[in-house]
Design a protein around this ligand. Structure first.
Ligand code: BG6
Length: 515
């Protein structure tokens, strides 16, 4: 047995070093995501010597762009958005293997032209290249791109081998259950599931991956991680930014679709899932989907249901005045779109029956912070609080997803002194202190995993459908209510008062994140 077989982490590393020769094609190459995330990810993978020696990148877009100009813009994006500064000796080889192809998304002839271009690159290299397609366009053209990849033969290039084509699909994956099912149908008629990588970039975050390690590589949490000991779970994904220049997209989407259906539900699944039989992608995804399937349908009745929605009004973010959602450029004056959503979920399985999972996400909240807080049942206070009318604090395990990534365990401790008085204290673990602060971005990991064909950190078709099953009836109810029942909150706050009701009913309250 060599050392990589013995040590799973080393095995992980060698897996990434073994990416096959690849040409990556990004559809939507002049878009924001390519500039902010994908190009910096490629550059950082190059810095870490993780790209295969034969790696090529083709940007594909509708707009006519001169290839040299495209390369210049790509360098500009890396300069502006990469976590590490651009070094000419790393960039130059990548630049020389960067190409641009103009074409439409609907016309099969343009895909045949792309196929010829890729074949020419493959011919010149003189070895088999894996085609990795990354769909980063507006969702309206996902289906024509997928069909054209099928029709032009690009989807079946090197079929059956390790170099078989792969396709990464960005969000949003459908806008409701029916459209997600339809998109899965389009995928299935052109690709096998093993070729498909549906992105949820939260799964690429280090802290989110660490959730499984914390749960299943330690003995102390798992015996307590159930309805016998856990009182409730709170998941907060808060942002301080507004909709910025994305109102066109966001006003059609809203917090439930944009953040909860995907990112927050993934956090619920990973927090609640059973131990998988192995780290095989299907074993993990089987367990995640079972969680979603066990969740009872949330009731969307205003003022008594399991969901709350709200819109931000004008307020202060870090002392700066910011406009309300309805005043944002590009938002309809009477828009019913929620910028905040909170849900109370019940997972009806053996482990979690009766434990509420509270989930909330919003724009223009007090701070950008995402955390998962597992609150344990309160210890009996007889010894320390008996006749003194105060409750002992509940032990709480907080996984700080971002920023200032880490974990905190809240414990009760004795205040030094002659009397026995207790106080909650915190045990902290911070990634930056232990591992340094320059950790890889989610997209580096995800692009690399797609390149080596590892789908563990991607969403399987049935997972996305299981999540839409829960969310779609809520969206339909909200659509029927219009603005009725839509609460509001000042920008810079922790959300609407209405969201507190979801917790009060069970004698809980929202944590102040970071507390
Ligand atoms: C995206 C949403 O999926 O996630 C955005 O569309 C949101 O609205 C973003 O701002 C948040 O990602 P992160 O990694 O900054 O938490």
């Amino acid at each position: 047995m060599d050392s990589t077989e013995r040590h799973p982490f080393l095995r992980g590393l060698s897996k990434h070093r073994g990416a096959p020769p690849t040409v990556l094609v990004i559809f939507g190459a002049s878009g924001d995501l390519t500039a902010r995330k994908l190009l910096p990810a490629l550059y950082n993978l190059a810095v870490d010597h993780l790209l295969p020696a034969d790696f090529f990148f083709v940007g594909y877009g509708r707009r006519e762009v001169d290839e040299e100009e495209f390369r210049r813009r790509a360098a500009g994006a890396v300069r502006e958005y990469s976590r590490r500064s651009l070094q000419e000796e790393v960039w130059a080889p990548l630049r020389n293997r960067t190409f641009y192809q103009t074409g439409s998304y609907e016309d099969e002839a343009d895909f045949r032209a792309l196929a010829e271009r890729l074949a020419a690159i493959e011919h010149e290299v003189g070895r088999e290249l894996q085609y990795l397609f990354y769909i980063s366009t507006p969702p309206g053209v996902f289906a024509p791109i997928l069909d054209n990849l099928g029709r032009s033969g690009l989807a079946s290039h090197h079929e059956g081998s390790r170099e078989a084509s792969k396709v990464v699909i960005e969000k949003p994956f459908g806008h409701d259950r029916a459209s997600a099912e339809e998109l899965n149908g389009v995928i299935a008629r052109n690709f096998r599931e093993s070729q498909v990588f549906r992105i949820d970039h939260y799964l690429g975050k280090e802290t989110v991956q660490d959730l499984l390690v914390q749960r299943f590589a330690n003995t102390i949490f798992e015996p307590l991680w159930n309805r016998q000991y856990v009182d409730s779970v709170q998941i907060t994904v808060a942002e301080d930014i507004g909709v910025g220049a994305r109102a066109g997209y966001y006003d059609q989407s809203g917090a439930l679709r944009d953040m909860i259906q995907n990112h927050a539900m993934q956090l619920v699944s990973l927090t609640a899932m059973e131990p998988p039989v192995s780290l095989d992608p299907e074993a993990i995804r089987d367990e995640k989907v079972k969680v979603l399937q066990a969740i009872g349908m949330p009731v969307a009745e205003p003022e008594e249901g399991d969901v709350v929605r709200a819109q931000y009004e004008a307020g202060l973010i870090e002392g700066e005045k910011v406009p309300g959602y309805l005043e944002e450029y590009g938002v309809a004056a009477d828009s019913p779109t929620e910028t905040f959503a909170a849900l109370r979920l019940w997972i009806n399985n053996w482990r979690w029956k009766g434990v509420p999972f509270y989930v909330r996400s919003g724009k223009r909240m007090a701070r950008r912070t995402s955390e998962i807080a597992v609150q344990f049942k309160r210890p009996p206070g007889i010894l320390f609080s008996g006749d003194r009318q105060f409750d002992l604090a509940a032990n709480t395990m907080v996984i700080q997803v971002q920023p200032d990534e880490g974990q905190t365990l809240l414990l009760n401790s004795k205040i030094p002194g002659l009397e026995t008085r207790t106080q909650p204290v915190k045990m902290h673990f911070r990634y930056a202190a232990t591992y340094g602060s320059n950790t890889p971005e989610a997209y580096e990991r995800l692009v690399m995993d797609a390149m080596v064909g590892d789908s563990t950190l991607f969403i399987r078709g049935d997972e996305t459908e299981a999540s839409w099953r829960l969310i779609t009836p809520v969206l339909e109810a909200w659509q029927a209510f219009g603005r009725a029942g839509l609460a509001s909150y000042p920008a810079g706050s922790w959300g609407p008062l209405a969201a507190d009701r979801l917790l009060w009913e069970h004698r809980h309250e929202w944590r102040r994140p970071g507390a």
